[in-house]
Design a binder for this molecule. Structure first.
Ligand SMILES: [Zn+2]
Length: 213
């Protein structure tokens, strides 16, 4: 299984971080971080959808019922692809597919149906809490709720696809003040793009007959 601790989180929204669990998105070879049921809890904790105690509850439920956990993993992976297609379409100025939006709504509705309304621990008021805190599907419910929130945020102009031309394809929500974020991460795609631009300039100078340092 790929190392979850090394998975970058640069979506700046839970639903986009879920879409980015395939790395890269539009080139080969590809690493998929959600191929085993145990990864549901590991990713949920890593992405901040679960606290440590709830992640352990989900791990226990996965170990206790592998068949149910495998079905939850399949639902999470299907939702991931629906979310990826939806926000990739939005990022390139196209309309999302109705089937994909319907899948987001279905997983969100599942989560509402399996929840109770309770006071949050942070004192911020009342919210939906899964009746079964160890339910493996709760990660998908949280990601669907995140997608619904983003779809209705009025900020879809801030949803972008990484500008790297090597097939990264990761999606992110640009929270920068300037609104001109271009890459999923300055440490990876941004740094590579800058390096390539630098070499292009060097080659151009060399071709023009100038010596390069
Ligand atoms: Zn990228």
């Amino acid at each position: 299984m790929p190392d979850m601790d090394r998975l970058r989180l640069s979506g700046d929204a839970l639903c986009l971080d879920l879409a980015n669990t395939v790395d890269p998105r539009e080139a080969e070879p590809r690493v998929d971080h959600l191929t085993e049921a145990a990864a549901i809890a590991d990713w949920g904790e890593r992405a901040g959808a679960l606290g440590a105690a709830d992640a352990d509850r989900v791990r226990a439920a996965i170990a206790a019922d592998p068949d149910a956990a495998a079905a939850a993993l399949a639902r999470l992976r299907d939702l991931r692809e629906a979310i990826h297609r939806t926000f990739r379409a939005i990022a390139v100025g196209a309309a999302p597919a109705a089937d994909d939006l319907e899948q987001v709504r279905e997983r969100w509705a599942d989560g509402v149906a399996a929840a109770r309304l309770a006071a949050g621990e942070d004192g911020a008021g009342y919210g939906l809490v899964p009746r079964e805190p160890g339910a493996p599907d709760r990660i998908a419910w949280a990601a669907a709720a995140s997608a619904l929130e983003l779809l209705g945020s009025g900020r879809l102009d801030r949803v972008h696809r990484c500008a790297a031309d090597d097939g990264c394809g990761w999606l992110f929500f640009d929270r920068s003040r300037s609104g001109n974020r271009r890459w999923c991460s300055m440490d990876t795609c941004g740094a590579r793009a800058k390096m390539r631009a630098h070499y292009r300039r060097q080659r151009r100078r060399a071709a023009d007959g100038y010596s390069t340092p």
